[in-house]
Write a protein that binds this ligand. Sequence first.
Ligand SMILES: [Zn+2]
Length: 233
Amino acid sequence: MGLKTTRPDEINEKINKLYGFINKKELEKAKDLLRQIRNKIGEDPELVSFCSYKTTGDSWEMKYVLKGLEPLEFSKWKGNENENWKPEYSSMGSKLKNIIKISLIKEQGFLCCYCQRRLYLNDSHIEHFNPQCKKEVDPLDYSNMLCSCQNQLESGEPRHCGNLKGDWYDSKLLVSPFNKDCENQFEFYGNGEIAPFGFENTAAETTIEKLGLNIQNLLIYVKKQLNLFRRKS
Ligand SMILES: [Zn+2]
């Protein structure tokens, strides 16, 4: 049963435009539009309290991921290798992929490895930290696997986290959740924005840009608004 959206056309139009700005990373324009949407919502007394909603809570940090052992089923499947069959990531069935994903999700405390949004099995994907397209990377190496949010994108929804990162990787410029120090690389402001910690922290700055960490903040905000309109139907 689908949810009916009752938000006015005017807001619909603004939200589509907002997605456009976020996609083009015109974040200043996006924020301005967001303010307009917020003001519009503010005309409805029921929604006023919502306007003070903070995006990801009072604090945010990239969390260190302590890797455990790979699931037994995964080891067994790889162990079936013989002269006629070689295990490959592309030939792995969805059942085994889900077992791996569940194991990763648990390791990460049910949060996206990059943006810390809550993970759901049907809206997440296995993320190869060092991209599997690289010759030196073993796509079946569990120690290189993480679970990132976003799987099926809604139409027009901007990409972020693993989806936006794609095949980009730079060991010097990408802050790694496998490194304990990742927790000290970012600052979180009261307005929901994530910024690099310290002076000339190029790695944190690049990571925010390449993973769209502030895009994700804006999206959480927009989605809350959309849900609010849906609930009113
Ligand atoms: Zn994420």
